[in-house]
Ligand binder design. Structure first.
Ligand code: BGC
Length: 755
């Protein structure tokens, strides 16, 4: 009897302990206790675990996952990573997913027939070409709500490295060659994402402007260029949008891995700019977990078991202080507290894909750039019979590859877009292309999902066939397509320049159609600049459609038909030739033969170095200072209407200058105009570019005859240059000139002011 009572007592104790864990286990709980109390209750092993991700699900023997992680089913299949949970302290596991063109998860189907596709938005370079931060903010909000609805806590976007060279393999994921455009776009995007209760991660911090040997490439950048160009964009975004996280980059800057640089991640990012969130590494980035902890790279992603062990050992033997470790942990916990997972918010798995597709289509039209339009070839105001030529007309490149890709449900090709807009296309031509593309694709070697397969050749078409097509159709539309992605940069031959087949093809189409008085329109379906100057005279109009996302075919048709009047302008220069690019000789760097590897493992690459010897003279800062005329300059873009600029009026109020201009639509159709404010500074101690973009704005939709006054406000400190002699920002005395332009070369009015 006594035994039975004892057992009953013991069982009830266990039951009560399960029901009321606190009575038995008084460990503090995240959210109920302070972060400091939770940290104080954590063991060193738990802290190290929190600072190292759970590993990848498709792990390889080289990159093992912890036993614990292997047992836990992924919350969101296909997400890029997750952090460890510590249930004892109420700390949940976070889910992190890419990326810059949409939420990248596995498009699986579950037993209720629900699918998990995500919206394929236009690439970041297109979004920046809209020069419309409100639009980018709305796009960011759509990303945020999609991430939220799919159960993701942190979106690994936006990518915001500078377009240093047109061949950068990931430029499509990035915005611009200019830090103000980049920082403003990224800030607007982050505010949008985070308005939906999920976090963003601005990446890749910093100086990651080439893919060549990316895991051990040393970017050699002088202090002024770093501050004014490569760090400036991040500074603007951090100050503007308080991102929850920053992702450090793979590369080194001046000999130190960015993820191991305390100067970068602690002194500058937090000390000077006031960043409050946590820093995570790029996937397997950097080399020494201890140096990363000390630098302020708080979370190592996707996480390797031995990193946890190294951290525990370093804490125990005093190599890294307990205070440092606690600081890293606190930063991660402070963000966890804000996440939907921590807040146990229910997620629907049903984002509004229809609304987002509409937004993707509208955004795509806003960022397309009309480069050429002789004799008002465009818009095609009535639907006609069109000869649609070029592989990518039937196989649109919606976006780039790698982590900047998205598992989207469909891509609207250009033939589908034109057909839906009422155009008549040649079915047999479509069949020939479709067959050719399928066969050529089947010949390619198979590559893992994150790599770009080799491009297929442009389908050759004989002159006789072109002749037939020209007899039948009223005009020709020719597309030129390009793709790129992680791990590789683009190349000059057959990528920046047209291939011999493409060149002959455009030449023939031009001859045959023009002989019959029929026009030729080129549509560029590309992620970064290509050479255009040598062949543009062959065509009557050129629309730069970029890689426009899943609704691309509809969006291109919207612009070609004038349903949308193009208002995009270039946020990156299209040079005449590759040799004109300031970093042509030093990009993507050179391998340091004989130097021992800094990192090992899959995709480790080789030690190499990229010397940024053009300094601050990147993009238009170079072309316009040296008087090198580009094919299409920074800020350039045509419209189906025309705009007049009134007088530039400048007023000063202490350290603030207000510069205003009235823009009038003088054409026949409604349109929007991107207006840019450049400032030329006096050449005193520091050399200055001819002028630099200091502000920009886009008008609302102006009806024919309608005007809008735009006012740009700049502060004296916005005019500062970084002086390496004092390691400080300086605004030099003298006469400055505010220039209001329709592009960096098309200045419509100016006003001087003295400082
Ligand atoms: C890329 C990051 C990406 C990460 C996770 C890395 O290879 O550089 O941009 O967020 O993978 O997919």
């Amino acid at each position: 009897m006594k035994k039975l009572v004892t057992w009953t007592f013991a069982i009830s104790l266990v039951v009560s302990a399960v029901r009321h864990p606190h009575t038995q286990n008084p460990a503090p709980q995240l959210g109920k206790n302070t972060v400091k109390e939770v940290v104080a209750a954590m063991t060193t092993e738990e802290k190290a675990k929190l600072l190292v991700g759970m590993g990848l699900s498709d792990d390889s023997p080289d990159l093992p996952m912890s036993e614990e992680a292997k047992k836990l089913p992924e919350k969101v299949p296909g997400a890029a990573g997750r952090t460890h949970a510590i249930p004892r302290l109420g700390i949940p596991s976070l889910t992190l997913a890419d990326g810059p063109a949409g939420v990248r998860i596995k498009p699986r189907r579950n037993n209720t027939d629900k699918t998990y596709y995500a919206t394929g938005f236009p690439i970041a370079t297109l979004l920046a070409s809209s020069w419309d931060t409100d639009l980018v903010n709305r796009v960011g909000a759509a990303f945020g709500s999609e991430a939220h609805d799919y159960g993701i806590d942190i979106l690994l976007a936006p990518g915001m490295n500078i377009h240093r060279n047109p061949l950068g393999g990931r430029n499509f994921e990035y915005y611009s060659e200019d830090p103000l455009v980049t920082g403003s776009m990224a800030g607007a995007f982050v505010r949008g994402v985070q308005s939906k209760g999920v976090g963003a991660s601005i990446k890749h911090f910093a100086g990651n402007n080439q893919e060549f040997n990316r895991r051990q490439s040393n970017s050699v950048i002088d202090e002024r260029a770093l501050r004014e160009i490569y760090l400036k964009s991040f500074e603007i975004a951090v100050r503007d949008s308080n991102p929850w996280t920053v992702m450090s980059s793979y590369n080194l800057i001046n000999g130190t891995f960015t993820s191991e640089s305390r100067q970068l991640l602690t002194d500058l990012l937090r000390g000077e700019w006031g960043f409050k969130g946590f820093v995570m590494s790029d996937w397997w980035g950097g080399n020494d977990p201890i140096a990363q902890m000390k630098a302020g790279n708080d979370l190592l992603m996707p996480g390797l078991v031995h990193q946890t062990e190294l951290i525990v050992k370093a804490v125990n033997d005093g190599t890294v202080s307990r205070e440092q470790l606690d600081t890293n942990v606190e930063r991660v916990l402070n963000i966890i507290l804000q996440t939907p997972t921590f807040k146990q918010v229910k997620y629907s798995d049903q984002p509004d894909l229809q609304a987002h597709a509409q937004l993707a289509r509208a955004a795509a039209t806003e960022g397309m750039v009309l480069l050429k339009n002789d004799n008002k070839t465009l818009p095609l105001t009535r639907a006609r019979k069109v000869a649609l030529l070029g592989n990518s007309s039937y196989d649109l490149v919606a976006g780039g590859t790698g982590s900047g890709d998205v598992n989207k449900k469909y891509v609207i090709s250009l033939d589908q877009g034109l057909a839906a807009a009422g155009f008549t296309l040649d079915d047999s031509l479509k069949d020939t292309y479709t067959k050719f593309i399928t066969e050529e694709k089947a010949k390619r070697p198979r590559v893992p999902w994150f790599l770009l397969p080799p491009p297929i050749p442009e389908m050759p078409i004989g002159v006789d066939r072109l002749q037939q097509l020209a007899n039948d159709a009223e005009l020709a539309i020719v597309t030129v397509g390009r793709n790129s992605g992680e791990f590789n940069d683009r190349k000059v031959e057959d990528d920046f320049t047209l291939s011999t087949t493409e060149r002959a093809f455009i030449e023939n189409v031009s001859k045959v159609f023009h002989a019959q008085g029929k026009k030729v329109v080129a549509v560029l379906n590309i992620g970064g600049p290509i050479e255009i100057a040598s062949w543009r005279s062959k065509v009557d109009a050129i629309l730069l459609a970029w890689q426009p996302g899943q609704e691309g075919g509809h969006a291109i048709a919207d612009v070609l038909t004038g349903k949308v009047n193009p208002s995009g302008k270039l946020a990156t220069t299209f040079p005449v030739s590759y040799a004109d690019v300031p970093s042509a000789k030093t990009f993507p760097g050179r391998e340091l033969v004989g130097k021992p590897p800094l990192v090992r493992g899959p995709f480790a690459g080789k030690p190499s170095e990229a010397v940024y010897d053009e300094s601050i003279y990147v993009g238009y800062r170079h072309y316009n200072t040296l008087g090198v005329k580009p094919a299409y300059e920074f800020g350039y873009g045509l419209s189906y209407t025309s705009f007049d600029y009134g007088d530039v009026v400048l007023s000063s109020n202490g350290a603030r200058y207000d510069i205003s201009v009235t823009v009038k639509n003088t054409g026949r159709v409604p349109g929007r105009e991107v207006v840019q404010l450049y400032v030329s500074a006096p050449q005193q101690k520091l050399k200055k570019p001819e002028s630099e973009l200091r502000s920009f704005a886009k008008t609302r939709m102006l009806q024919p005859g309608e005007s809008q006054k735009l006012t740009f406000s700049i502060n004296t400190k916005d005019l500062a240059s970084y002086d390496p002699a004092c390691s400080c920002w300086v605004v030099e005395k003298g006469t400055y000139i505010a220039k209001v332009g329709a592009s960096s070369l098309d200045v419509r009015g100016s006003a001087p002011f003295k400082l």
